[in-house]
Write a protein that binds this ligand. Structure first.
Ligand code: TYM
Length: 323
């Protein structure tokens, strides 16, 4: 089984990124035959239009993944743009991609609806993502729920290429975790950088506590009981507390007579405990950026070795080499 996934360096990673996707990266690196994980800086370029910031987010993204447990001995960690084969493959795929398929993509439609001016890069974003996935013959793509549509688009694109030019690409499957496919943000909507409702993984405990205290809650009277599932505080608590703590918390909700202030305090404490070790580990990597760059260079080399084989296969299939 070959696993692949990417994450955009558009700012600090948040709980949604971790519990939806990164946690799966770490679990799968132990069981996959090959695992490829990359920082999608070419995708981020559609929104981060500041050179220095993009560079900073890109290196920080790699540092974050290492601190969170990605092991370069088990998985190939690299930067998307270090594998130019993927951009070449993207063009081959672009030529067979119907406009309508991309017009239906929620991420594009959402940005348009928010009044963002669309450029060709934003529109073609899912085609580059398809190239990312297909370039490594990936079978499994661990992601949060919001990316499943892009994986369906990838399958459509691969399917029609295979149909037209003969079997070339492996059909990938998305993989989401039931319990954290869609982590809620501090306003109860999906946690997302673009909604400004995130809890960052690597914020210091004090800042995180403040953010947790500001989480919006309903105005349920103190003495009233509440079903815990679906409550933002409880849903977030479930991610960072131990099983026993979660069971006790569920009982508190069902018994009634509690205030959200105390739940927030419990959430802040569980969060502080949960992240303490990785926050320390992050500082160690951040102090050695050269080591991280070496890991990325070695990763890019391995990734290119694989992607160039697949690119050649695709070029051969559609007749742009061997004339
Ligand atoms: P990105 O950078 O927006 O998010 C990275 C990963 O985090 C997941 N995620 C969430 N999961 C659960 N709950 C949430 N609230 C939440 N927010 C984010 C995302 O689903 C994703 O798995 N287009 C991709 C990057 C990409 C990619 C790829 C992914 C580029 N090429 C190839 C897979 C394969 C993106 O924007 O993810």
């Amino acid at each position: 089984m070959r696993v692949l996934s990417g994450i955009q360096p558009t700012g600090p990673f948040h709980w949604g990124n971790y519990f939806g996707a990164i946690q799966q990266y770490i679990e799968l690196q132990d069981v996959a035959d090959e695992a490829y994980y990359f920082i999608a800086n070419l995708h981020a370029l559609t929104t981060v239009r500041d050179k220095d910031l993009l560079k900073q987010y890109t290196l920080n993204g790699a540092i974050d993944l290492l601190a969170l447990g990605l092991n370069p001995e088990k998985a190939v960690l690299f930067i998307q743009s270090d594998v130019p084969e993927v951009s070449e493959l993207c063009w081959l795929l672009m030529t067979g991609t119907p406009m309508g398929l991309l017009e239906r993509c929620v991420s594009y439609k959402d940005k348009l609806a928010k009044g963002l001016k669309a450029d060709a890069g934003l529109f073609a974003y899912p085609v580059l993502q398809a190239a990312d996935i297909l370039a490594y013959d990936a079978d499994i793509v661990p992601v949060g729920e919001d990316q499943l549509q892009h994986i369906e688009v990838c399958r459509d694109i691969a399917g029609s290429f295979n149909h037209h030019f003969g079997e070339t690409f492996v059909m990938p499957k998305g993989k989401v975790l039931d319990q954290s496919a869609r982590v809620p943000g501090t306003d109860g909507e999906k946690m997302s950088k673009s909604y400004g409702n995130t809890l960052a993984v690597f914020d210091d405990a004090k800042k995180q506590r403040k953010q947790i205290m500001r989480i919006q809650t309903d105005s349920r009277p103190m003495d009233e009981a509440k079903e815990p599932d679906g409550d933002v505080l409880y849903d977030l608590y479930k991610l960072v507390a131990t099983e026993d703590e979660v069971a006790a918390m569920a009982a508190t909700y069902r018994a009634g007579g509690f205030g959200y202030g105390e739940i927030k305090k419990a959430l802040a404490e569980a969060s502080e405990r949960y992240w303490a070790e990785v926050r320390e580990r992050r500082e160690e990597y951040a102090a050695k950026p050269e080591v991280v760059r070496e890991i990325l260079a070695a990763g890019a080399e391995k990734a290119r070795a694989k992607a160039s084989v697949v690119l050649k296969r695709a070029q051969d299939a559609c007749g742009v080499i061997g004339y």
